[in-house]
Design a protein around this ligand. Structure first.
Ligand SMILES: [Zn+2]
Length: 536
């Protein structure tokens, strides 16, 4: 995710945000059970309504692990209702009398579990499914949900001002940006990054609209007035990284490393200058692959939308950008997420530094390698970038609120990158201080060890989940206890550690600015004095 940090920092944090409240005891099981099911039914209990994420306790659901989703969606017009079904193959992790799916607003027509009609109730965004007979622990089971209606955005719990996530229809086009909890706006799911799964998409739209989704296009089925696009991405995807985009796209093809196909999709309503950064997609992917190891997926590209989305999102294999959110550095950030965030995903949302600090620092490394006409200029520009980001965190005073802080200070304060709150998940401490933390680590261990440990992390955790503590362990294992301790200061201390050289440089810059200001003021005074003398 890349949101405009300065504007985010400026936002007032006075909005009380609604985190979906749900739950209460579930009703008793009314399904009739056959004799064979009675034994397992004795143990069967409802699956939990959430996966236990510390920041979003209701996100996702307990009691099962999704293996795959098949999404079938048809629409007549982009801002109209969808007619949809989702087939979910899952494996139970306990004996289940009932289980939850996450689904926002859309109307459910029917649900079948293993081919038999199931009962269901809605409690907020929890869809509670009671199969005709309980599901044994460790059993594979298939749930088919038929549903439809006009998708409604999910209020973003992490953003300081009210914005909506998920399926967005505007300008005759559709885009999907779901981080963190918007996927449930268009399909019933286990909406948490810990439960990654495989996907098939079958999306039917009127001509001449195109559909783009994660992964490679497997098939296009041509009807007289409609077309069905089938996508089957190779690797598992976290729900918030699922994307479907619908528009009569214009495309441009590039070649990535090792024959990787790259296709960029542009809304025809976007202008040439907004598309410019995408011409460098091949060079960016090349740089990232050389730096962090092979690109993790089978296909690559970007989607430039016509909508002013809240920034850009690293939707898997195919990041999605707001109409004016695609500078070269932002593209480098989103593509770096393919390694850090998409392939290696968070265990819990509080681990978001593993996504955002890493993608941000990767984009700085890209600028370190490319911005400037020669090595000397590139080095100077990179130093300036580091120093100014360090200075901006210092001047924002974004640090953990402490005992004795007044209300204003508490409001201004932001937890360190290793343990963000709901509202600071996408704040400057996670991105900027988080990226500086990786730079501090790199400075401590040297370029060679740093790149080795980053590559080891991307390769070792490929298509998996990991926590901040896992990364700290990885650092210690690949380098030293001292390196781990240093990193932990940067990501866990209330106040960001000082870097003497930057403090000195910033003090010097400030002294120069002050001297210039003083000189200007003195000149103004003497000019005024002169005018008075002339006039008097
Ligand atoms: Zn990001």
């Amino acid at each position: 995710m890349n949101r405009s940090i300065p504007s985010l920092a400026r936002c007032a944090l006075a909005f009380s945000l609604l985190v979906s409240a749900c739950s209460g005891p579930r009703g008793t099981i009314s399904a009739r059970m056959d004799a064979g099911a009675v034994a397992s039914a004795v143990e069967a209990k409802p699956g939990a309504a959430g996966l236990g994420d510390p920041l979003f306790p209701e996100a996702g659901n307990g009691g099962y692990d999704v293996q795959s989703y098949e999404l079938v969606i048809a629409l007549e017009k982009t801002d109209g209702p969808i007619d949809a079904s989702t087939t979910i193959r899952a494996k139970s992790t306990q004996a289940l009398s009932s289980f939850d799916l996450d689904l926002h607003a859309l109307e459910v027509h029917s649900i079948e579990v293993d081919g038999k009609a199931a009962k269901y109730t809605r409690e907020g965004d929890e869809l509670v499914v009671t199969p005709a007979k309980p599901i044994a622990s460790g059993a594979e089971f298939t749930t088919l949900v038929r549903y439809g209606g006009v998708p409604e955005g999910v209020l973003d719990p992490s953003f300081p001002i009210p914005i909506h996530l998920g399926w967005m229809a505007k300008n005759g086009e559709v885009y999907v940006v779901s981080e963190p909890t918007g996927a449930k706006s268009f399909f019933p799911c286990n909406d948490h990054p810990r439960d990654k799964a495989l996907y098939t998409f079958r999306i039917t739209v009127p001509k001449p609209l195109d559909v783009v989704a994660n992964g490679k296009l497997a098939e296009t089925i041509d009807g007289s007035e409609k077309r069905t696009f089938v996508y089957k991405p190779r690797d598992p995807i976290a729900t918030y990284l699922v994307t479907i985009a619908i528009a009569p796209f214009e495309t441009s093809d590039l070649a990535g490393p090792n024959g990787l196909p790259i296709r960029n999709y542009f809304s025809p309503q976007t202008k040439a200058n907004a598309r410019k950064g995408f011409e460098r997609t091949d060079a960016i992917v090349q740089f990232l692959s050389e730096t962090f190891g092979p690109y993790p997926f089978e296909v690559c590209g970007n989607i430039l939308s016509s909508i002013e989305l809240p920034g850009a999102l690293e939707t898997q294999t195919l990041p999605t950008y707001g109409a004016h959110a695609a500078s070269e550095d932002v593209i480098a950030h989103e593509l770096a997420h393919q390694w850090f965030g998409d392939s290696v995903s968070v265990e819990n949302w509080q681990d978001i530094w593993l996504n955002e600090g890493f993608a941000e620092y990767a984009s700085w490394m890209y600028s370190e390698a490319t911005h400037g006409k020669d090595a000397e200029e590139r080095k100077a520009k990179f130093e300036k970038l580091l120093r100014s980001n360090y200075g901006s965190i210092r001047s924002m005073g974004s640090r953990t609120p402490r005992e004795g802080d007044d209300a204003a200070r508490k409001e201004k304060g932001e937890p360190p990158p290793g343990s963000p709150s709901v509202k600071s998940l996408f704040g400057p401490n996670v991105y900027i201080r988080g990226a500086l933390a990786l730079h501090a680590l790199r400075t401590e261990v040297g370029d060679e060890s740093f790149l080795k440990l980053m590559r080891g992390w991307a390769a070792g955790r490929k298509n998996g989940n990991a926590s901040v503590a896992d990364f700290a362990n990885h650092v210690e294992k690949s380098t030293s206890k001292a390196a781990r301790a240093l990193l932990e200061h940067w990501i866990n201390d209330a106040e960001m550690p000082h870097v003497a050289a930057w403090d000195e440089a910033l003090a010097k810059d400030k002294a120069e600015r002050d001297a210039k200001k003083k000189a200007r003021e003195e000149k103004r005074k003497s000019d005024e004095g002169g005018e008075k003398k002339d006039g008097g």
